[in-house]
Design a protein around this ligand. Structure first.
Ligand code: PAF
Length: 289
């Protein structure tokens, strides 16, 4: 890791950031990239640390991407705190922050879009139409602009990671993707920028999602190989606690299809999404049976 004592270079335009990237590469450094939507927390910091282990210079982007929010979702109220985020970036030895405006990233009229098959049929893709298309659009653009050697994403957004991995493969992006583990609060709640929306009461019940996933994981590791009934009971328990379940299931870890019968030795994704009031929480565990 190249140690820098200079300030973070904040670039708002594509030309500016391309110039910085050129300088970094000309000096013979590799680039580790962490795309974010800002409101940085310990989870993001762990992504930065992960990227620092496999690259010389760290670049982060901060952009609340309108294309990945549905019409009734929280785009307008999503936390925006660039000044605070830049302090975090400075502490984490980020050399360049790319923080573009919407107009810098998108033309008023777009003529092209990316279509996804299969991988967005279940989990978040089922209840958030256009979500992963919006993510692929922005990540594709960011990869073209930053041209990172390594890019790091968190396991909390496991479906996002798998879909981006497929994009990198099919579109031949020259980047190595790495997935960093989920960072949790002491009570197990996966860290997320959206946790700031939770009321005190909702914050108390929110960790039930992780406890439920852990319980399902323990049960299938100790022999339950047809998990439908187990999952149905666990959904009822979450609802009884006051969480509204969007999905809770076991999926193939590569193609993200729901499974009814588990095979010994295979790796599965146990994943759930719930609403605590208006706030959507997601979490998952990868388990080898
Ligand atoms: O995971 C996120 O924060 C976003 O989906 C990403 C990858 C920055 C794209 O906007």
């Amino acid at each position: 890791m190249m140690k820098t004592d200079q300030k973070v270079a904040v670039c708002h335009s594509i030309n500016e950031v391309r110039e910085k990237i050129r300088e970094i590469k000309t000096a013979g450094n590799t680039i580790g990239f962490v795309p974010t939507m800002g409101a940085l927390h310990e989870g993001h910091i762990s992504l930065f640390s992960h990227a620092a282990k496999s690259s010389d210079v760290l670049v982060a982007s901060i952009f609340v991407n309108p294309e990945q929010f549905g019409p009734n979702e929280d785009f307008d109220r999503y936390p925006r705190q660039l000044e605070e985020d830049l302090k975090v970036c400075a502490n984490e030895n980020i050399s360049v922050v790319f923080a573009p405006s919407k107009d810098e990233m998108y033309d008023e009229k777009k003529y092209l879009q990316i279509k996804i098959e299969q991988l967005n049929k279940h989990l978040c893709g089922a209840s958030r139409p256009g979500f992963f298309e919006g993510i692929l659009l922005i990540v594709n653009k960011l990869f073209n602009i930053i041209e990172p050697d390594v890019a790091v994403f968190g396991q909390k957004d496991y479906q996002q990671f798998q879909i981006i991995k497929q994009m990198v493969r099919e579109f031949n992006h020259a980047v190595d993707l790495e997935m960093a583990p989920i960072i949790r609060a002491n009570d197990g709640l996966a860290l997320s920028s959206r946790n700031t929306y939770l009321s005190d009461e909702q914050r108390l019940i929110a960790p039930s999602l992780y406890r439920t996933l852990s319980f399902i994981s323990d049960q299938i590791k100790s022999g339950v190989h047809k998990p439908a009934l187990l999952i149905s009971h666990q959904k009822d328990e979450l609802e009884a606690k006051g969480l509204e379940v969007d999905y809770l299931n076991v999926y193939t870890s590569d193609t993200l299809q729901p499974v009814t019968e588990l095979t010994k030795g295979e790796k599965y994704l146990i994943a759930g999404a719930v609403y605590a009031g208006e706030t959507r929480l997601i979490d998952n565990i990868l388990t080898v049976v």
